[in-house]
Ligand binder design. Structure first.
Ligand SMILES: Cc1cc2nc3c(=O)[nH]c(=O)nc-3n(C[C@H](O)[C@H](O)[C@H](O)COP(=O)(O)OP(=O)(O)OC[C@H]3O[C@@H](n4cnc5c(N)ncnc54)[C@H](O)[C@@H]3O)c2cc1C
Ligand code: FES
Length: 276
């Protein structure tokens, strides 16, 4: 999918700068990229779409939890975390000065619109606007994090952004100015369009779609984009090692089995074989 090495390059301890609840049950965790002792390795540059395995210190869980990179600067990496079970509860309870164990960055990335991969797919689909494909970014719930990060790697105003939520609206800082259109969809109607993604999103308006969110939403993207629109989806399979070794995150694709952690998490939608 990309020429970045998908295997983790950093495994160590980092210091929490802040952890703020930005919506009920959703936290923005900011971590210092410099090592906490003199001479420690700096956490390498991630690319949008990649993730880290994170574990609070101390922790009652055995394994780190995969969390996508939301934003990063030279000094700080930030993650948006939805509290689900023990692992994410511990991460969301971290405070400035606490320590966290990090492994990463891991996985592939969203391929850029001008990349050979995208251009060759689009030309085989006879896309009429190869130089300026019509692009949609789609985030569902906490899946908004990696696509919101990717939005800052694209040319400003070159894409529309759809963000669909069940509860709360979060992770959209800076996108109003960056996207041509920012379309918010909420099931309750508390903000934006009332309903779900299909109530606001028309795949025929786009040549290229990048999406992350719950599996039913990704299945929908796969179905409505089939044959007409090139779509890349970032999967959120359960993971154990996060290093390509345990095969616990294996998914079936048209090319055979693939490990979501190091062969993904981003896949061309038409290549993924979802369970019937
Ligand atoms: C590549 C990748 C990137 C991710 N990025 C983010 C992110 O940026 N922010 C974020 O908040 N979460 C993200 N997740 C999901 C996150 O890893 C899980 O919510 C977390 O591992 C749950 O751990 P836990 O100990 O809190 O809950 P557990 O006790 O392990 O599980 C609690 C509940 O959550 C369900 N669950 C566990 N893992 C997942 C999963 N991967 N997908 C859906 N449901 C799950 C379980 O079935 C259970 O019902 C990502 C997952 C992957 C694979
Ligand atoms: S989580 Fe172990 S191979 Fe992917």
């Amino acid at each position: 999918m990309c020429d970045h090495d998908p295997f983790p390059h950093f495994s160590g301890v980092a210091i929490v700068l802040s952890c703020t609840e930005i919506s009920p049950g959703v936290f923005d965790l900011q971590i210092a990229r410099a090592g906490h002792s003199k001479g420690d390795t700096v956490i390498p540059n991630p690319v949008a779409g990649q993730f880290f395995m994170l574990k609070a210190i101390p922790s009652g869980v055995l394994l780190g939890r995969p969390i996508s990179v939301y934003r990063y600067t030279n000094d700080v990496i930030s993650f948006l975390i939805l509290q689900k079970g023990r692992g994410t509860e511990e991460l969301c309870a971290l405070r400035a000065g606490d320590k966290v164990h990090l492994v990463g960055p891991i996985g592939n990335t969203f391929p850029l619109p001008g990349s050979d991969l995208v251009v060759s797919h689009l030309s085989s689909m006879l896309c009429p606007s190869l130089a300026h494909p019509r692009i949609a970014l789609v985030g569902g719930g906490i899946g908004v994090a990696p696509v919101a990060g990717f939005a800052f790697e694209l040319r400003p105003q070159s894409f529309d952004f759809y963000a669909a939520f069940r509860n709360g609206v979060y992770g959209l800082a800076g996108l109003e100015e960056r996207a041509s259109n920012l379309v918010v969809i909420t099931e309750s109607g508390e903000e934006g369009v009332k309903g779900m993604l299909p109530d606001a999103f028309s795949p025929q308006d786009y040549d290229l779609v990048y999406a992350c969110g719950p599996t039913p939403m990704l299945r929908y993207i796969q179905k409505v984009c089939a044959n007409t629109t090139l779509a890349f989806i970032s999967l959120e399979e359960r993971m154990a090692c996060g290093a390509g070794a345990c095969l616990g995150c294996t998914i079936p694709t048209i090319h055979g089995n693939r490990r979501c952690c190091v062969d993904g998490p981003v896949f061309a939608a038409h290549e993924v074989l979802f369970d019937e």
